[in-house]
Write a protein that binds this ligand. Structure first.
Ligand code: PLP
Length: 375
């Protein structure tokens, strides 16, 4: 095949990374933590208008794990989690030997359903255990129903961990995703909107919790001349070299968001006249998505599979939506509240190529497959 492969979401250099990496190497901070890490955190604290404390870590998964530890989630505790998500949202619950309780999605944003969330909370309380945290996810960059979800969480006084791994640059009612939860997290894995090769941040409201996060992330060293530990420690701090990459990547964040949103309007143009396939779009202007990935819902599983194969034949990557957690072998024994929404999305939904670097030719090739298929 002559045509080069078009991927769902590919990392790309901004051109500034090498300069930052050189500087980090020359300063001899070739380790975890260091001046580039501090600078990276400062840049994100600026991004959140100095209203947040940001801790740089080696992954988004570590950030979720530390959020659970900082919320004192222990063995036997229950944590509610959006079922429709990537497994990294839920795995840290098991690291703590806590019990995940999964909740279905709603059809407007494909994220956690407020009605089922409240049913789940009431159901667990009735069984004698109030959930200790809620993990809500802005899937594919689309903000969840922030007002509804947070007002339920507030009503029962349960903290939200806002998994914003896919939603850097998204906003809800003009406010940045990542800033709504008691804790927020971002990921800079290679497929995300910017990358540090691997990395993440924990976003919190207090200096004390940031200090405590760094303490846990650097092996929980007590204040002593020798190495002394009275709590379990982790090796979760971001590497100074990764932070240098991140500083270079941040220079193109705004452009990446613009390109991804342009991709969305490219797809919207194709799908707005189509009846048997629906593109996930903002419910109204309160929901501003970075459109990290564009996703569509077809009418049947067979249609989805034949479109996926048609793309594959043209050497274009597409992928089914995340398989809900309550259907995963590792998680299926845990409680689930909801109906068929997430399951239906998984069966009939497809992620489309959405990289920041899709060229005009790429788009033409994608369009050709879609037009052929939709006719
Ligand atoms: C990528 C991702 C994560 C985890 O981030 P890593 O940096 O890969 O550990 C968590 N949640 C969601 C929804 C993600 O997409």
């Amino acid at each position: 095949m002559n045509n080069k492969r078009i991927y769902l979401s590919l990392s790309e250099e901004s051109g500034y990374e090498e300069e930052y990496i050189q500087r980090a190497l020359k300063s001899n901070w070739i380790t975890s933590g260091g001046p580039s890490v501090d600078e990276f955190e400062n840049k994100f604290e600026d991004y959140f208008e100095q209203e947040k404390f940001v801790t740089a870590l080696n992954s988004g998964t570590s950030a979720i794990h530390l959020a659970l530890i900082l919320l004192d989630i222990k063995a036997g505790d229950e944590v509610i989690c959006q079922s429709m998500t990537f497994s990294a949202s839920a795995n840290p619950i098991l690291y703590q030997n806590a019990t995940p309780v999964f909740v279905d999605s709603e059809i407007d944003t494909w994220n956690i359903c407020p009605i089922n969330l409240e049913i789940a909370i009431k159901g667990r309380i009735k069984k004698g255990k109030k959930p200790k945290a809620i993990i809500a996810v802005h899937l594919y960059g689309m903000p969840y129903k922030v007002d509804e979800i947070h007002s339920i969480a507030d009503k029962y006084n349960i903290p939200i961990i806002e998994d914003s791994a896919e939603a850097l640059g998204s906003t809800y009612k003009g406010k940045k995703c990542g800033s709504f939860g008691y804790f927020g997290i971002l990921s800079f894995n290679g497929n995300k909107i910017i990358t540090t090769s691997s990395g993440g941040v924990l976003i919190g409201n207090y200096k004390e919790t940031k200090d405590k996060a760094i303490f846990f992330a650097t092996q929980s060293k007590d204040k002593a001349i020798h190495y002394q530990h009275s709590e379990v420690g982790y090796n979760y701090r971001m590497s100074n070299i990764c932070a240098a990459i991140g500083l270079g990547q941040m220079k193109m964040l705004e452009n990446n968001i613009i390109s991804r949103r342009k991709n969305h309007f490219f797809y919207k143009d194709i799908f707005h006249k189509v009846k048997n396939a629906k593109l996930l779009d903002s419910l109204n202007e309160d929901f501003f998505s970075n459109y990290w990935l564009n996703t569509i819902l077809l009418e049947t599983q067979e249609q989805k599979e034949s479109l996926r194969i048609a793309f594959e034949e043209a050497n274009i990557e597409s992928r089914p939506l995340w398989k809900p957690m309550h259907l995963q072998p590792i998680f299926e024994k845990y409680p689930y509240y909801g109906g068929q929404v997430a399951e239906d999305l998984f069966e009939k939904g497809l992620c489309l190529p959405s990289g920041s670097n899709l060229t005009k030719e790429d788009k033409n090739r994608i369009k050709e497959v879609l037009i052929n298929f939709l006719n």
